[in-house]
Design a binder for this molecule. Sequence first.
Ligand code: HEM
Length: 497
Amino acid sequence: MITELLLYLLIAIIIYHVFEYFRMQFHYDKWGVRYKPGIPLFGNTFCSIFGMRHFIEDMDAVYKAFPNEKYVAFFDGMKPILLIRDPDLMKMITIKDFNHFVNRKPFFPKEIEPLLGSSILSLEGDEWRKMRSRLTVAFSAAKIKGMWPSMRAVSYQLVDYLKDHQSEDIDVADLMRRYNTDVIANTGMGLNVNSLKNPNNEFFTTGAQAVTFTIWRKIYYFFTIQFPVIAKLMQLLGLQLLPPAGTVFFRKVVSDSIAYRKTNNIIRHDFIHILMEISEDWTLDEITGQIYFAFLASYESTTSILSLCIHELALHPEIEEKLYQEVRAHQEKAGELTLEDLSELKYIDCVLSEISRKWSAAVMMDRVCTSGYVLPPPRDGGKGYEVKPGDVIYNVVNPIHMDPKYFSDPEVFDPTRFSEGNKQNIKSFTYMPFGMGPRNCLGMRFAIIKMKVLLYHLVLNYKIVRCEKTSDPIRLQALDFSIRAVGDTYVQFKARS
Ligand code: HEM
């Protein structure tokens, strides 16, 4: 009986969504907004849902299909989305008319992900504004300066570790995840977990579980986001999206740490301390949510960028050599690297900027309309489109970074695009690896410093050499939200004498 009822319910839901799918197409036809029909229920994302290609490639296919449109419709599964392809329009949405587009698409429903649902990524309206203004303090230049010694110390640990692992094929993403875990454990909570020496520490294994999106977890995520009723059902059954061990672990570490510091009057220059200063009226989940999100943001996006940077350097020894000459010259002149020195190292900045263009972890800047707005016509001679509160918009990032209209030979890894002379020619809103406007990446400065300090010490001490397992050319791995090379990134590190 119950099985039959559930089956009828499922059939009714499917019929409703197929009907909605065609109704939306009719709606876009009426407004003159173009689209690729896709497959009912799976929209334009059929291939990425079933692991045949990356989500970015699904989006890119729609982006490329309409070169003359400012925006088109995109079916993310069953959700109709407006895909903004025009840089000037993105500027209006993310900055000039930001007040109409304050929120982000729900990524982690609070019902099933209490910590990440409380993090700044998911907050809306005034709650977000309040949190953003408070957290901005935590990521200020002065606070990051306090964390600098810890970041540098963790980069030394990694350089030290590699001494005994030369001539081995190194799984770079694993190495970078360990680096990022150690940086966030150190700068976030004052813990020196050393994931290289203690490979199975709880911090590292918890993070690894949380970001592993198996095909089943992806399908589960897909249905939870598409049908809010499923999120409610999961809540009733006590189920979470990410492994619950992460929630339990982070709640415990943060509450123990706060209690210990309060009892023993301990002050450390890390996120927990900063959050304790600014969060008198917060619940434990609100504090923990910010730290858990910072951990995941650090863990995955920085890992992707650093891994692909090392991958590209292995494939381009002439670029690595130029980078080495810069860091060696600095070392000879100035000795130990300081935070202030980073701004003088121009080529390292070009290399990281180019990686962030070619292999951007940003994917898109999603925004939800919070008050009615009329978009200009999608093309000359068309009519404006009325966006309603609740409608979702994706401002594309990666397809723009790889559009030859804005970057010639976009597949070529060429850091000189970002040299002092060239970067002023980059059109505004065609390079956005950390997002744009008031809702951009809060951890940008922190992330850039963390990546530069590691790259500096790696290149100074080791030559990055390709090995048999180094894939060339690099292609995007399908089964993930994150940016990773097919076959992963493997290289060897040879000590420089
Ligand atoms: C290379 C590493 C990183 C990249 C490429 C990256 C990129 C991004 C992007 C594209 C967004 C969305 C921006 C938008 O919609 O306009 C974002 C949001 C955010 N990122 Fe990052 N991120 C990185 C590392 C970090 C780190 C290390 C932290 C914290 C420690 C962090 C904290 C945040 C926060 C808090 C938000 C949400 C801001 C808000 O909604 O107000 N990110 N990031």
